[in-house]
Design a protein around this ligand. Structure first.
Ligand SMILES: [Zn+2]
Length: 368
């Protein structure tokens, strides 16, 4: 039997949303991943430590065995996956992030760090969903003072790096800000999130304190998948998928297992109605590990997947887990299904209709 075991898969960029949407999408991540970095761009956004901690509590409350079991079981090949689903709460860590905004204070940053929140998430104003409270300008004296403190505290700065220029150039145009920050704060770890432009890879390689996260869809899609034939709103995300050259470069770096890049799905559920109205974001949480295995295997690089989907993140973000979760994938055709239904409407699943080469055969956990 052709199987691969992934140990402690980690998703360093995910939108878990709120309320009924959180309930509907969380089980896919909580069952198959050991840790995820939960994004703070809720409505309203998580602008202070208190709201981040309250959100973390809500996430943990939804890590419920009964719900997860019913949602996940039909998609696991072995109908008796034991340990993990029985105590999902003990085997899942949501890593939290604080939303950076113009009025953020030094005291709030210190409070966040003391409360175990190590990641600062920066959105330029209006760059994506719920980014209206984002930074109007990044390189201001006030913010640089905050970053000085963040560096001293050993925090990590994750950035949705896009200018407000022409959509295909936005990421490249923002790179000078990464360069400024990397030079000014040489021991502050800075992450170029959901990297979509090949020039960003060069920038990450240029500075030891710069890193990147990479989504599944930026490994697979180009702009032609969005507008090359009939307009496909379900392939629309931000940063927008780019040229074949960009995709090839990003794919190459991911397949190599390069230690400066970790996996971050940017799974971003929107209802079909919202997608038809132009919402940016791709919902891929239910098929991530199956699709990554299929992709890495197809390129004969399956031996590097463990680094890409776990080890690199453990190292970059200095994550330690009190447990070990093994997700066993089996080479066997798997189709998840086109959509999931939620209380707020149906959600289209990325690659939901495609035949993937791998399915999840089992999930096992043990004490670290
Ligand atoms: Zn995102």
């Amino acid at each position: 039997m052709d199987t691969i075991t992934l140990t402690n898969p980690i998703d360093m960029h995910i939108h878990l949303r709120q309320d009924s949407l959180l309930q509907a999408v969380l089980p896919y991540s909580a069952s198959c991943f050991s840790a995820v970095l939960a994004m703070p761009n809720l409505n309203p956004p998580l602008l202070n430590t208190q709201s981040v901690l309250a959100y973390k509590e809500k996430i943990m409350m939804e890590c419920d065995f009964e719900k997860a079991y019913n949602i996940i079981l039909p998609h696991i090949n072995n109908q008796n996956p034991q340990a993990n689903l029985l105590n999902i709460q003990q085997h899942f860590v949501p890593i939290m992030s604080l939303y950076v905004h113009d009025n953020l204070t030094l005291a709030e940053i210190q409070k966040a760090k003391t409360s175990g929140i190590k990641i600062l998430k920066l959105y330029p104003k209006g760059a994506t969903t719920n980014a209206e409270n984002g930074m109007s300008e990044v390189l201001t004296p006030n913010f640089l003072t905050l970053l000085e403190e963040a560096q001293r505290l050993g925090m990590i700065l994750s950035i949705h790096g896009e200018s407000n220029g022409f959509s295909m150039d936005r990421e490249r145009e923002f790179l000078f800000i990464f360069e400024e920050l990397a030079k000014s704060f040489p021991t502050l770890k800075i992450i170029i999130e959901h990297l979509s432009d090949r020039h960003s890879i060069e920038m990450v390689h240029k500075y030891p304190n710069l890193f990147g996260t990479i989504t599944l869809h930026h490994l697979l899609l180009t702009l032609d998948d969005v507008i090359g034939g009939k307009l496909n709103p379900f392939m629309f995300c931000k940063p927008v998928v780019k040229t074949p050259k960009d995709r090839e470069a990003i794919l190459e770096v991911a397949l190599s297992g390069d230690s400066k890049f970790s996996f971050g799905s940017d799974s971003a559920p929107h209802t079909i109605e919202a997608k038809m109205n132009g919402a940016a974001g791709i919902f891929n949480a239910p098929i991530l590990l199956q699709a990554l295995c299929s992709l890495f295997d197809k390129h004969k690089k399956i031996e590097n997947l463990q680094d890409f989907v776990s080890c690199n993140a453990l190292q970059i973000y200095d994550i330690s887990l009190p447990f070990v979760k093994h997700v066993i994938l089996q080479k066997k055709p798997f189709v998840f299904g086109r959509q999931i239904s939620t209380q707020v409407g149906d959600i289209e699943v990325f690659m939901g209709n495609e035949i993937l080469d791998y399915c999840i055969a089992d999930i096992r956990t043990e004490v670290a």
